[in-house]
Ligand binder design. Structure first.
Ligand code: ARG
Length: 460
């Protein structure tokens, strides 16, 4: 492609280090689409003849059909998908193929192809996350009143409902969706026509190619356009944060599936056995989701460090932008799919959850709140009185509501019989009816709103 300037060819090492075709062949669909948009514009603007433009477009269709049928050939001499496609085009249609690269450079070409690929990846992530939200909401709808212990520090804190717990992940995933949507709207401008770095003297129409490729319009600075990989970083940042959320959900399932907890039975379809311990059912899918988040964050770090300190405009370092994005995208897609299946198919052992909520003095705060409300005691003092009650119950190995009224009165005279109604886990969750609280009525409201937001039939 640049033989005119060179007396000798590249060494074997040069060819190998230079080749991006082993990974950028994944861009072939985008490369063909961008080339077709470009040549259509070249024809419309009279930069190439209508005949040549038609010939090139047909040739590109044929190359695409070959790729579809046989895959993309990997010839390191051709470096990347752009030269691979152009060289095959030349074999098919002859010298007219050489007109395709008029008013274009691989620098704006790769920036365009990669943007198109990342845009699809954003759309796919968004769609997958919506399915995960659907699974979360539908399970939450089944369990708006199923009581489980809520934790802080992984210590029993207050009773909550399973529906409320699942809806917490609905919120997180909603923020992830909005991060992908936000990144998409920011990146949806076409760099095509920025050429090598400075634009071109040919009378191109960048608005036409932008529109043909589904962009909102062309980018406004050619130097920025060929050196910008913010869209890939935005994608990776959204993916990294999303993967953190998925890892947290995965971790919940791992803990819940352990024998001492026994809150959930994982679907067989997303578990594995042990080759030596016949009783084992391991949460491998969840563990791998937890693990994959580390790799996805690694992908983000890799591209951030690649881009750090690069002067304008294109530098070859930027060829390394694709592998981390491709890797993150496939890990993220798998992680989303695995967690969606896990949420949809897990068997929640609500009896075990409820029994666990009875332990650990989860309703101690309710006793303190009762003292505030019924006896007008300042909360700090109520907290202290309740602490004494918990200490007494603990020393006897019984629950708070198993203390006799005499025992409670001995701690504080102002306590009376009515307190027992406040100490059940049902009363505890029902009382937490503040906006966004765990009360079944409140969770039902949130589930109903989520169903509307997701376009689902309401079921709660
Ligand atoms: N293979 C290159 C990449 O992926 C294409 C752009 C090459 N541009 C250049 N001036 N060498 O980044």
């Amino acid at each position: 492609m640049w033989g005119g300037r060179f007396a000798g060819g590249p060494s074997a090492i040069m060819r190998e280090i230079n080749a991006s075709i082993p990974f950028d062949k994944a861009l072939w669909r985008q490369d063909i689409a961008a080339s077709k948009a470009h040549v259509d514009m070249l024809g419309a603007q009279g930069i190439v003849t209508a005949e040549d433009a038609a010939l090139i477009a047909q040739g590109l269709d044929q190359v695409a059909a070959e790729y579809e049928a046989n895959g993309v050939p990997e010839n390191w001499d051709l470096e990347d998908i752009h030269m691979t496609t152009e060289s095959r085009l030349a074999e098919l249609i002859g010298p007219a193929a050489g007109r395709l690269h008029t008013a274009r450079s691989r620098n704006d070409q790769v920036a365009t192809d990669f943007r198109l690929w990342v845009r699809d990846a954003m759309d796919q992530a968004e769609l997958g996350l919506k399915q995960l939200q659907v699974a979360l909401v539908s399970r939450a709808g089944e369990h708006t009143a199923s009581i489980m212990p809520g934790f802080t520090h992984l210590q029993t804190a207050q009773p909550v409902t399973l529906g409320h717990h699942l809806m917490a992940y609905y919120e997180m995933i909603g923020r992830d969706r909005s991060r992908f949507a936000d990144a998409r709207s920011r990146m949806n401008r076409s760099p095509l026509g920025s050429a090598a770095l400075a634009g071109t003297g040919f009378p191109i129409d960048r608005f036409r190619t932008a529109e043909a490729l589904g962009f909102d319009g062309p980018t406004d600075n050619s130097l920025d356009s060929v050196s910008d990989r913010d869209f890939a970083l935005d994608y990776l940042m959204a993916a990294a944060q999303c993967s953190l959320h998925l890892s947290r959900l995965a971790e919940e399932f791992i803990i819940w599936a352990s024998q001492p907890f026994g809150f959930v039975t994982l679907p067989d379809s997303l578990s594995t056995g042990s080759s030596i311990m016949p009783q084992k059912k391991n949460p491998d899918a969840a563990e791998l989701v937890r693990g994959h988040s580390g790799r996805i964050v690694g992908c983000l770090t890799a591209l951030m460090i690649t881009m750090k300190g690069l002067p304008l405009a294109y530098s070859k370092d930027m060829q390394d932008d694709k592998p981390p994005v491709f890797e993150a995208a496939s890990l993220l897609a798998l992680s989303i799919a695995a967690m969606t299946g896990m949420v949809a198919e897990a068997k929640f052992r609500t009896d075990r959850m409820r029994a666990a909520a009875e332990l650990g003095y989860a309703t101690a705060t309710d006793l303190a709140d009762w003292l505030v409300r019924q006896a007008n005691i300042p909360f700090r003092e109520a907290h202290h009185i309740t602490g004494s009650a918990v200490k007494l119950a603990e020393s006897r190995g019984i629950a708070l509501d198993q203390l006799s009224i005499e025992d409670l009165k001995a701690i504080d005279q102002r306590i009376d019989d009515r307190v027992y109604a406040a100490l059940s886990v049902e009363a505890s969750v029902a009382a937490r009816c503040s906006h966004g609280g765990t009360a079944p009525d409140e969770v039902r409201k949130r589930v109903a709103q989520a169903c509307v937001a997701l376009g689902l039939e309401e079921q709660a």
